[in-house]
Design a protein around this ligand. Structure first.
Ligand code: G4P
Length: 529
């Protein structure tokens, strides 16, 4: 087997969007193209709806679905495509941020009527910071929506991207006739009133060809010619290198529900999207085609069966081949581990595999060895970086509601934090434990899981915190730092890794503290070296 060929075949990416823009629908259509599923509706909707917030069984059911759809792999035109699922619900945004450390590129789905939405902004911002190549898919063209040019402007301004359209709609909503594929220079038309069938692709190298008027009508043809001329005048031509360096983002238009524009997107994607990329470790740059296996854990998922507390750790293979039953170094614990049943993912199934390649995701059964961010190697001590914690939005004290079960409670909290469900802070002053989350939903998930998986019960108490900031002292022995620690003791805590954290109770107090202690740096993420 040719190792380099295997690497070149792989495309590992994530689809990001604001909820309801069409991520699930698009994923499903991509799987249909790959023949990985036979019918529409096969991909379960991995959405946690608002109404589910108080329905624990629903949360459980959703968790089950999210295991099944964590990685969806399929083959298409000799490429192995791995789609990593990214939860759209904002309460699980941190999960999505972590998944973005394991993708080599992303597709951003935007609703043509709603335009750029809040969740899209946050996720694209992370991708921009990480220089992840992005393709934009504007969805729901079968509905009335914003003018295509206005939308392109909005994407540029609100998301800070530099776009270049690679397809363009002919009409929209009721008048939607089809798509002109700028990249392939052909036209795709909807046929019939149902807008369900796609007519054959018609090649159109030259839009001045009078046949265009016959096919789509004089008016639509004139508008299309005008629009394409405008695009050529305003937008830079597609530049693959600029896309790969995240300096340019190609845009496609279509309708995922009607399977329109999806093939064009997929065909272009497999051609331009990057194969597994080299990755920066703290120690050095690791190249995907190095022979030695390295990989990192980006997600941990609890087993669905509460009687067995084992978990599935998702490892992205960065370099080399991951082999079954071969001992690998767990760098943080400095111990060798062997895995007898590593899972690979295909469509919606997982199965045991002997060998995985860079770009692949391997699911490892884990009884508590792994934390998010852990690195596996063949012996070299390297640490992959880039999975920082962000300040949570909500903070609550956690109290033990059953004194007989405190051991179970602390074990449960410990393991749930390793999974990345929430962040734990221990107050310096009195050792009380505070749980920080991105959304309120997590508190219910934690309470439910502590009870059902660990037999422990907890209650919460509000703890008003504006922001958690990780503390870095220019000189830990300085009087300034000592005073900071003494005066602010009430607001200081340590996170799970023992790093000092300042829990500011208001924006004002944060600002005052920064002014008063200029040599104590307050960071908004846990990684700042
Ligand atoms: P998400 O994963 O991004 O949250 O979105 P999802 O695919 O679930 O799509 C959200 C809604 O938008 C769904 O309708 C879906 O059918 C619809 N949708 C997706 N693509 C298109 C499109 O191209 N055109 C139109 N008109 N609608 C589209 P729903 O009623 O919320 O859900 P369902 O009952 O159909 O599952």
């Amino acid at each position: 087997m040719n190792f380099k060929k295997e690497i070149a075949k792989r495309r590992t990416f994530g689809i990001i969007s604001h909820p309801d823009a069409g991520k699930t629908t698009l994923t499903e259509k991509l799987l249909l193209f790959g023949g990985a599923i036979q019918e529409a509706g096969a991909v379960k909707n991995n959405k946690i709806k608002k109404s589910a917030t108080s329905d624990f069984m629903e949360i459980e059911r959703q968790r089950g679905i999210s295991v099944a759809t964590s990685v969806l792999a399929f083959l298409y035109k000799d490429k192995k495509i791995n789609i990593l699922d990214t939860p759209g619900h904002k309460d699980f945004a941190e999960d999505t941020f972590r998944t973005l450390t394991a993708v080599d590129s992303v597709i951003v789905v935007i609703d043509v009527a709603k335009g750029v939405e809040e969740q899209t902004k946050k996720l694209v911002e992370v991708c921009r910071m990480r220089k992840i190549p992005m393709i934009v898919f504007i969805n729901k063209l079968d509905r009335e929506g914003k003018d295509a040019f206005d939308l392109l402007d909005e994407v540029e301004q609100e998301l800070g991207l530099t776009v270049t359209p690679l397809s363009f709609p002919i009409g929209m909503g009721y008048d939607f006739k089809g798509i002109y594929n700028i990249y392939e220079k052909n036209i795709n038309l909807f046929s019939g009133d149902s807008k369900k069938n796609i007519e054959d692709t018609i090649a159109f190298d030259d839009l001045s060809n009078p046949d265009l008027d016959k096919i789509i009508g004089d008016k639509a043809a004139a508008t299309l010619r005008e629009n394409i001329e405008l695009i050529e005048g305003v937008y830079p031509p597609f530049n693959k290198q600029a896309y790969l360096e995240a300096n340019q983002q190609p845009v496609f238009f279509g309708s995922a529900l009607n399977n329109f524009g999806v093939r064009e997107l997929l065909d272009c994607f497999i051609e331009i999207a990057p194969p597994p990329r080299d990755k920066m470790a703290q120690e050095r740059l690791v190249k995907a085609d190095e022979q030695q296996m390295t990989g990192f854990v980006f997600k941990i998922h609890a087993n669905m069966d509460p009687k067995h507390r084992d978990r599935l750790a998702f490892v992205k293979v960065v370099s080399g081949t991951f082999e079954r039953n071969k001992p690998y170094l767990h760098v943080r614990q400095d111990k060798k581990l062997k895995f007898s049943s590593p899972n690979a993912f295909f469509a919606e199934k997982k199965e045991i595999v002997d060998t995985s390649f860079p770009g692949d995701i391997v699911g490892l059964h884990d009884t508590g060895n792994f934390k998010i961010g852990d690195t596996l190697t063949e012996g070299e001590t390297i640490h992959y970086k880039g999975i920082p914690s962000f300040s949570p939005e909500h903070f609550r004290y956690i109290n033990n509601a059953d004194p007989m079960k405190s051991k179970q409670l602390y074990k449960g909290i410990d393991q749930l934090m390793d999974e990345g469900v929430a962040q734990l802070f221990t107050l310096e002053l009195n050792g009380r434990k505070v749980i920080g989350t991105v959304g309120a939903l997590q508190y219910e998930v934690i309470q439910y899981r502590l009870e059902h998986e660990y037999g422990a019960r907890c209650t919460y108490e509000n703890f008003p915190v504006h922001k958690a900031c990780w503390v870095e002292a220019n000189d830990p022995n300085s009087d300034e730092f000592k005073e900071f620690k003494r005066v602010k003791q009430k607001f200081l805590a340590t996170d799970k890794r023992g790093q000092l954290v300042f829990l500011a109770d208001s924006a004002f107090s944060l600002q005052m503290t920064q002014q008063k202690y200029p040599n104590v740096k307050l960071h908004f993420t846990s990684e700042f070296s």
